[in-house]
Design a protein around this ligand. Sequence first.
Ligand code: IPM
Ligand code: MG
Length: 356
Amino acid sequence: MKMNIAVLPGDGIGPEIVEQAMKAVKAVCAKKGHELTYEYAITGACAIDEVGEPYPQATHDLCMKSDAVLFGAIGDPKFDNNPKAKVRPEQGLLKMRKDLGLYANLRPVINFPSLLHKSPLRRDLVEGVEFMCVRELTGGIYFGEKGRKDGGDTAFDTCVYTRVEVERILKLAFEFATKTERKKLTVVDKANVVETSRLWREVAQEMAPNYPTVETEFMFVDNAAMQLIQRPGNFDVMVTENMFGDILTDEASVIGGSLGMLPSASVGVHTSVFEPIHGSYPQAAGKDIANPLATILSAAMMFEYAFDLKEEGQMIRDAVNASLDAGVVTEDIAEDGKAAKTSEVGDWVADFIAKA
Ligand code: IPM
Ligand code: MG
């Protein structure tokens, strides 16, 4: 198959981890005879420094004509600590999501048996946990009108959802749930207080009868935050609005042992984007110590979701599992003193794929 991908390393550890994922991508393509072409583009703080904006038109054009986008991370402390900054790296990520129409962010929470002891939760709670968070990505409070009044002393952010936006994300989540073993969909909202949540619940209740094989349950977001810790094994597919999803997926990511392990796929109208859910981890940038596995696993999702190449995705996943079993892992999950470098993990995974 011809595969034409855009590579957006971004900021912080982005370039290092994307480089490792590219090693895995190339190894799989070589093995399976796929014709890979790829082009790099800038985004985030480095794009602000270079051209004054975090998601330049040239980067967008490249994404639009590519079959898939592999993304690292964006963000830089020099902006985090300056609330008055006019242009921020994160705006680039939001603009990319909006302009590519990426309304659904799929974040699988997977459990890695060899990392069970790293989880802050008890082993019996975590064992066998596997669920999918479907996060709405182009609406809600992230994109509503925001600003200041009263000379700056009052600030507001508006949460807006249209029926069309809610329907399309719920449709994706319901359809996803029809394909899982347990066929259970948890719709997470705050319908006891928030009007947009009431619209979500109303639309979900209308749609549920169209998916008779799916068991639909509703859960308030505060309760969901608790259930994720108390009974993570009860979730199968969870769907929620943008900001709730942002928060709950960070919470969920540590169930498996490390934030450095969670991949994601953002899908929607145009080219899909594959990225780890962790951020740019600036403290580790350039040190060759960051965990590349979330990005490598994002590449696995890219094969599956953008190219429908299931076997290729599984090859990467098998290699990642093998690296965990062999203890070839970075310091966040390594046992005392035996940490491998970012690049060593990348080489090991690519080598495993080549020899498989
Ligand atoms: C994420 C990140 C982003 C978000 C930030 C970097 C804008 O936290 O992808 O979860 O809030 O969506
Ligand atoms: Mg987040």
